[in-house]
Write a protein that binds this ligand. Structure first.
Ligand code: 13P
Length: 283
């Protein structure tokens, strides 16, 4: 069943565990994630960046594909179909109209006032349709969709202002995590994370889940993080397996064999991540 973020994150927040957000890149990615999460009976968030949406054809194609997979594979767990880093109101509206159950509006590159105005526009449209909204404050840097940005940490006041003025459903405060690979140890501001969690009633989101040591992931969950975004990690696991398969099978040309040679590697990483996040089974 397709659900919004609120449906799965509020329970996670109350019971101190996290739900994985895995970015999808193609049909196979979505299929493997849905299959393993269904097998483990855990809810999952499928994140779609604007770049990935463009690659796959657009939001309508993805919505039809995910709905089709849920039906054909008999997926019983809750699935949230979520836009990752939507850059404009128009982009979020397109996804909502195509059947996405959740959107992230990322207006964090603007000053707070403009971030609030854009986020509020999206919330108004989304909430009328039962769609949840995540927003970002401060700015999460690193590399995603081949775009590299620098980071600015969020302040407690900015988080409070963004929430009070928009009534978003989940907040991604930039607190030291980055997209893609880390240079050295990630330096997460757990103190501010805890304070934000103490004053805001909504779930918190950690972007840049790849490369954060296990103990820091556990600490982030203890400080109120309930959604952890993971993208690069699965890409690395998949490409490593595919590279090995191709080097051992020089004559293979069937794309189904090539792409699915990374299936087990993706599923294994997902299983490990679910254990780390302590994601609870659905009843
Ligand atoms: P990573 O690619 O670092 O796992 O980050 C994913 C992410 O935060 C998507 O929004």
């Amino acid at each position: 069943m397709i659900v919004n973020l609120t449906k799965i994150l509020n329970k996670a927040k109350k019971e101190h565990y996290a739900i994985p957000h895995f970015n999808i890149n193609n049909l196979e990615w979505a299929k493997y994630i849905l299959e393993i999460c269904n097998e483990k009976n855990i809810p999952v968030i499928l994140g779609v960046s604007e770049g990935a949406a463009k690659y796959m054809g657009g939001y309508n194609t993805i919505s039809a594909m995910v709905n089709g997979l849920i039906k054909d594979l008999n997926i019983k767990v809750s699935v949230c179909l979520h836009v990752d880093h939507g850059t404009s109101t128009e982009s979020c509206i397109k996804a909502i109209d195509a059947g996405f159950s959740s959107v992230m509006i990322d207006a964090s590159k603007y000053e707070l006032e403009k971030n609030i105005a854009i986020t509020k526009e999206v919330v108004d449209y989304a909430h009328e349709r039962g769609v949840s909204v995540e927003a970002e404050v401060g700015h999460i840097g690193g590399t995603e969709d081949n775009i590299t940005n620098s980071s600015t940490n969020a302040t407690l006041e900015e988080c409070q202002m963004l929430y009070e003025n928009t009534k978003i459903d989940a907040l991604a405060p930039a607190l030291g995590s980055v997209h893609g690979f880390y240079k050295g140890e990630p330096n997460l501001d757990f103190e501010t994370m805890q304070k934000i969690n103490d004053i805001l009633p909504i779930p918190l989101v950690l972007h840049g889940g790849t490369g954060i040591p296990d103990d820091k992931i556990e600490k982030a969950i203890a400080c109120g993080i309930t959604k952890i975004n993971i993208n690069t990690d699965l890409q690395v696991a998949w490409s490593k397996a595919v590279r090995q398969y191709l080097s051992e099978n020089k004559d293979v040309y069937d794309p189904r064999k090539i792409i699915s040679s990374g299936e087990n590697a993706i599923k294994e990483r997902i299983s490990q991540i679910i254990t780390l996040l302590k994601t609870k089974e659905e009843s």
